[in-house]
Design a protein around this ligand. Sequence first.
Ligand code: NAP
Length: 336
Amino acid sequence: MNAVVLRELGGPEKLLMEHMPDPKPGAGEIVVRVKAAAMNHRDVWIRTGKYAGITLPVVLGSDGAGEVVSVGAGVAPSLVGKEVVINPIFEWGKDPKAQGPNFRILGLQDPGTYAEYVKIPQANIYQKPKRLSWEEAASLPVAATTAYRAVVTRGQVKKSETVVVTGIGGGVAVFALQIAKKLGARVYVTSGSDEKIRRAKELGAEGGVNYKTKDWVKELRALLGGEGPDVIIDSAGGETFDRALDLARPGGRVVTFGATLGPTKELMVRRIFWKQLTILGTTMGTQDDFEKAIEMYGSGGLKPVVDKVFPLIEAQAAHGRMDEAGQFGKIVLKPS
Ligand SMILES: NC(=O)c1ccc[n+]([C@@H]2O[C@H](COP(=O)([O-])OP(=O)(O)OC[C@H]3O[C@@H](n4cnc5c(N)ncnc54)[C@H](OP(=O)(O)O)[C@@H]3O)[C@@H](O)[C@H]2O)c1
């Protein structure tokens, strides 16, 4: 098969298409022909050496949807031909509150979906919602699960609450906007691009502020009638996280699942205790979070936002787009 392999850390040019042996399913495993894969910022962290536990070479890719082509011992042969979405979560563990020590995500230790075929345990497939295209279905696993857990399981967003999602161009952020809207919340966004704020409004956001050109905390507070939001969903981290604590209303919740900007060097602790804030950390999700996220985009009627589809052979260009935060929604790769 053809697969995109990372043998050295560095820029997008390190992603090279290679010919590799087709994966063979072991006991309890299946092989899926990848119809579409999707990118996550995780892939950039791994490519640039900023992710824990990297061992090279790596076939990146946690997200994918495709057709089951072969099954190993102990797996029902009737699965062959089924159209599935891949669940990239391995060994979450027993506690729904937090993942256990063996938790890992497809596309590092286990060769991922930047390939024509991927091998996974039988338990890691879920029926592809018929109403979604391959590209849309492939967009879901990491980002929709993370967004679902951030907004619903951890954030407990309720109807009529006000929610701010930072960096709306991000893959997870767009899902968070859609899911919070579906729950009946009033959603505001930030972005480094006026065009992305416009797109967010088309998806139902009430408004947004460009963090590159405006004092976004001041502007959002004004947009919200002088008060902060009930909930902030942030994955920018860095200085943005401290500013989010400033924006939050007394008694509010701040949900964090990422640090795209790196560590928060100065954090005013007083904001947390004086305003009685709740800080909620969240990472990926349980099997239940994954299934409920997919259901929202299956029977729930939501549509994933696919930013751009690249042929797998153009993985370098796809990474370049994410490096520059060019995307609004999910960047998808398609094996030929
Ligand atoms: N813990 C987990 O399980 C988990 C799961 C998924 C992702 N993550 C993390 O969450 C982050 C987002 O992931 P993703 O895959 O959605 O990434 P992505 O698609 O690359 O999105 C990143 C977005 O960050 C936004 N951003 C950049 N600078 C910002 C700033 N100063 N203030 C606010 N937003 C800013 C940009 O939004 P605009 O384009 O709108 O400016 C950009 O589009 C990454 O750090 C990733 O590692 C964690």
